[in-house]
Design a protein around this ligand. Sequence first.
Ligand SMILES: NC(=O)c1ccc[n+]([C@@H]2O[C@H](COP(=O)([O-])OP(=O)(O)OC[C@H]3O[C@@H](n4cnc5c(N)ncnc54)[C@H](O)[C@@H]3O)[C@@H](O)[C@H]2O)c1
Length: 283
Amino acid sequence: MASHGTALTGKVAFITGGASGIGAALSEALAAAGADVWIADRQVETAENVAQRLRSTGANAHAVALDIRDAAAFEAAIAETVRTSGRIDFLFNNAGIGIGGEVDALTLEDWTDIIDVNLRGVVHGVQAAYPTMIAQGSGHIVNTASMAGLITTSAQAGYAATKHAVVALSKTLRVEAAAHGVQVSVLCPGVVRTPILSGGEYGRNRTLSRESLIKLGEALRPIEPDQFASAALRGVLRNQAIIVVPRWWKALWYLERLSPTLSMKTAAVALKRTRDVASAPLQ
Ligand SMILES: NC(=O)c1ccc[n+]([C@@H]2O[C@H](COP(=O)([O-])OP(=O)(O)OC[C@H]3O[C@@H](n4cnc5c(N)ncnc54)[C@H](O)[C@@H]3O)[C@@H](O)[C@H]2O)c1
């Protein structure tokens, strides 16, 4: 991570979902590069463990108890960060959940939950940090969406809808924020080996077992969270707008733009595979 060192030394970064997976890896990479990291998560103890581990390496790391669904709590957490560290340079709106299943299996509660975390949670982060960044005349908001926010997927309509919304929010905000000296990027991970692949702490799947989800995830050649974080931070430091990691997923994004019809056919093939796995007898 040494290559990110100079650009990130002394910068203040707030990372939601920092207790696990991609968020923990981003926190670690940022801390290793000399940033002051604020690790916010609903899993408070795990966030504290990550912060303690980073502090033991000499890093400046703090754990923050935060449920991003609570706008007032998000605002208070950012205010506390700015009070203590004097500023906020990066907001990583990364926390998210996965709720899978075909639309006829999803409940209204599923829709509410996924919108509240994956979309409203990101909005709360922007509302909390953007005014301070505007006042500073600098800052970088990095939202974690997904390839599911760029292409047609199947059996995850709620998730895909929120991730498309996060991509749209990020692109619009980027255009507006430039005049204030504020940068905006959106991360679109392909598949990264984290707990979310089998539902995560707060997610669920209406049709597939955890074992089947892991099997399907592994078939998509997941990369490790630290590999993801390193490549993602390179893109962030270059102020790229839409950061796709691993890069080979870009082929599917090109296909989506070239021919939405073909992209939907690809999603239909994936859906057939999902249905086959769902109906296969347990071994
Ligand atoms: N892993 C992948 O393959 C992949 C692919 C595309 C996008 N993503 C996105 O990356 C982001 C990080 O996911 P991950 O893969 O590291 O999963 P993860 O389950 O390891 O981490 C998600 C973290 O978010 C936290 N969180 C969930 N709801 C929260 C809430 N309401 N308030 C505060 N924290 C909350 C969890 O406690 C957890 O620590 C998510 O937005 C996810 O949608 C992941």
